[in-house]
Design a protein around this ligand. Structure first.
Ligand SMILES: Cc1cc2nc3c(=O)[nH]c(=O)nc-3n(C[C@H](O)[C@H](O)[C@H](O)COP(=O)(O)OP(=O)(O)OC[C@H]3O[C@@H](n4cnc5c(N)ncnc54)[C@H](O)[C@@H]3O)c2cc1C
Length: 430
């Protein structure tokens, strides 16, 4: 028997999930005073960027020569906030690309401050566990506060699913979400960790190729047993800490049996990685392992089936759309566990993502945002990075705000008007 929920909260807009996409969506949605709730199951915002310790904002700059900035809007607001905390290094050039590097702890604090300042009703440690639908409309979600155990219902007029896993689409109809590529194969996950007492000046000169060579040497010496033969390190602002991403874990976190195994295996691999870094990698001689990500870094999970599916060809051809809401330029970076290889497919053109990729088939008052939009598995390998995720979040939040203001459904919103509004509010779409 279903329990009757005494408490219910009515709002204009519910944002489900407080990763970078959900945070961007919440800020854009609340801009003109709409009642916006952001529900996040963990105790802090940032999602993969904070709980997965992945805090380098990739995809904010073109991969083409000149490496011009291609993501603005929310990215700029966040960068300005992080600068106040000394938590960001902007436009850092590495061997193959230019990125913004953030401290994950400060990123979480900056997101808290932004939500509070812009009137978003933040519900942390709040997990969406169920949803009810009326025809093609989301009616309500049931949430549980994971600290107190209290449950309540949230009844939004419109919602943005930024859960990273197409949760609402799956709850409405499992067939309206899709996972992985051919045969549902998912990219490898990674347990990321942080090391302190790093000599940042020397560590930042270490290239991916050098790490590859050092890993091969360490394997011959019996110091490395993990399957992954490559890795990446990022020196954080402050110059004495680094984030390390150097293992692969096979785990599908939608399967309960994979969750605990994935986390435990990930921590074991992080320990071995950290020993390797201290012994072999310049700048890490005195480093200490200061933090292992509380969550396993899941590169690929479910995404919606939507009004348009962005394809690998759209990216390689650099296609542009009338209803574009974000530019993209990151290569299709595919971590193939089964074949034990890291694939980078570079395009010689920037591409764009159309608004239609945010419109889930079968749900009329919901938009998707972030990595769970409608794309092919290979296109996902590019759109999943945080630059586009933030721009997509901003677009979804702006779209639901415009819909509330004019009393229309997301599918009725004029994509060109949305594009113009986004440009007026700082997005880069030229
Ligand atoms: C190992 C690894 C390395 C990466 N490296 C980089 C990198 O260097 N640079 C880069 O730009 N990108 C990188 N990425 C990709 C990038 O971090 C993510 O794709 C991106 O952060 C996704 O953002 P999001 O907001 O769409 O989703 P997420 O970050 O997944 O956020 C979704 C949020 O929804 C919440 N949620 C889920 N279910 C519920 C529920 N039922 N109720 C309430 N809340 C819920 C989650 O707790 C989470 O906070 C990496 C990814 C991984 C895994």
């Amino acid at each position: 028997m279903k329990r009757h929920l005494v408490n219910s909260i009515i709002c204009d807009i519910l944002i489900l999930g407080g990763g970078v996409a959900g945070a961007a969506a919440a800020l854009a949605a609340a801009r003109e005073g709409a009642a916006v709730i952001l529900a996040e199951k963990s105790g802090r915002l940032g999602g993969t960027a904070t709980n997965g310790l992945v805090s380098t904002l990739c995809g904010c700059y073109s991969s083409l020569p000149g490496r011009r900035k291609i993501i603005g809007g929310f990215r700029d607001i966040l960068a300005k906030e992080l600068l106040r905390y000394g938590g960001i290094a902007e436009g850092v050039d590495r061997d193959t690309h230019r990125n913004d590097t953030c401290d994950p702890e400060l990123l979480a604090c900056a997101l808290d401050a932004l939500m509070q300042r812009h009137g978003v009703q933040l519900m942390l440690s709040t997990c969406v566990i169920d949803a009810s639908f009326s025809g093609r409309s989301l009616h309500s979600v049931e949430v549980v506060n994971t600290e107190s155990g209290a449950r309540c219902a949230i009844l939004p007029r419109l919602a943005v699913d930024a859960s990273g896993g197409a949760l609402l689409a799956k709850m409405a109809d499992p067939a309206s979400a899709v996972s992985g590529g051919v045969e549902g194969k998912l990219q490898a996950a990674t347990m990321v960790f942080r090391m302190d007492c790093v000599d940042g000046d020397r560590a930042r000169l270490v290239t991916k190729e050098q790490i590859r060579e050092l890993l091969a040497e360490a394997r011959l010496n019996g110091d490395v047993t993990g399957e992954r033969g490559n890795g990446v390190l990022t020196v954080l602002p402050g110059n004495s800490s680094a984030i390390v991403n150097a293992n692969w874990v096979k785990a599908d976190m939608s399967l309960p049996e994979d969750v605990t195994r994935g986390l435990v295996e990930g921590r074991e691999k992080a320990l071995e990685n950290a020993r390797f870094f201290r012994k072999y990698v310049p700048g890490f001689e005195n480093a200490i392992l200061s933090s292992i990500a509380p969550s396993l870094g899941v590169r690929e999970a479910s995404r919606i089936r939507g009004a348009y599916v962005l394809s690998e060809e759209d990216i390689t051809e650099g296609r542009r759309f009338d209803d574009e809401i974000s530019l993209g330029s990151w290569p299709m970076e595919y971590h193939d566990y089964e074949q034990n290889k890291l694939v980078y497919l570079w395009s010689d053109k920037d591409y764009s993502i159309p608004y239609r990729c945010l419109l889930p088939n079968g749900l009329e008052n919901v938009l998707a945002a972030g990595r769970n939009i409608s794309v092919s598995s290979m296109a996902y390998a590019s759109t999943r990075v945080m630059g586009p995720c933030m721009a997509i979040g901003q677009a979804a939040g702006t779209a639901v705000r415009l819909c509330i203001e004019t009393g229309i459904l997301p599918k009725e919103l004029d994509g060109k008007l949305l594009r113009k509004t986004l440009i007026d509010e700082g997005a880069i779409l030229e």
